[in-house]
Design a binder for this molecule. Structure first.
Ligand SMILES: [Zn+2]
Length: 237
């Protein structure tokens, strides 16, 4: 295969990964060397993570459910959402939940320059730190779409990039509490990192309701399996 053909194939592959995040996800899970990206931690619990917030419609309700269960989680926030709803971001921090960075804007990183991605991450990290007093340790890119520039930008800021091991596909119009739990259970195991969303700002309006209603079942499942629900900072990986 000639160099231009290889480059073309890589570009098509990268485009497909961008257009169809689940394809990228399944490919990723097949790569043993990339397992660290899925956030597999200590088998005594699971790490619970929420993307796309903060959001006044849903984030405080999620905090209430988790507090009542003695559970913790990591909230991968968007800097743009933090600027819109600073009091919600501050509440997450004040209640001792972990805040991670999801970028300033919810844009795919593919085909963007290193400088553009650097700026995106730095601006988002600053918005979080200035608003909440927490400096993120973990970073998750929008759509789970990783490029070398993404990893380099996160590394410059001292952030560890983490994707997820199982997800509830709670962003979909057709998501229900039952479908969210069914999707989570598909790959859920001791040590998993779980992806959910605490905002519908990038997905179907009202999608967060399925997440909220699925949470009690997830909490019960974890309890019956003697698994702690914790933030990534306590996940032992
Ligand atoms: Zn997202």
């Amino acid at each position: 295969m000639r160099a231009w053909q290889i480059a073309g194939t890589a570009a098509v592959g990268a485009y497909a990964a961008n257009a169809f995040p689940s394809l990228w996800y399944h490919w990723l899970l097949a790569q043993k060397t990339a397992r660290w990206l899925t956030g597999e931690g200590d088998a005594s619990g699971i790490a619970l993570t929420f993307d796309d917030g903060p959001d006044p419609k849903s984030t405080p309700q999620i905090l209430d459910l988790l507090d009542a269960a003695g559970a913790k989680a990591t909230f991968f926030m968007l800097g743009s959402q933090v600027e819109l709803y600073p009091w919600v971001a501050q509440e997450v921090a004040a209640r001792n939940f972990e805040i991670g960075l999801h970028g300033h804007w919810h844009k795919v990183h593919l085909l963007r320059s290193q400088a553009s991605i650097n700026y995106d991450l730095a601006r988002g990290a600053s918005a979080i730190a200035e608003t909440t007093g927490q400096s993120p340790t973990f970073f998750r890119p929008p759509y789970g779409c990783l490029t070398k520039a993404t990893l380099d930008a996160a590394h410059r800021l001292g952030l560890r990039t983490v994707l997820w091991g199982t997800w509830g596909r709670d962003w979909r119009k057709t998501a229900t509490p039952v479908s969210v739990m069914a999707d989570l259970r598909h790959r859920l195991k001791p040590g998993s990192t779980v992806l959910l969303h605490d905002s519908d700002c990038t997905s179907y309006p009202g999608a967060f309701r399925a997440t909220l209603d699925a949470l009690p079942a997830l909490i019960e499942t974890a309890a019956s399996n003697k698994l702690a629900i914790r933030a990534l900072r306590d996940h032992g990986f």
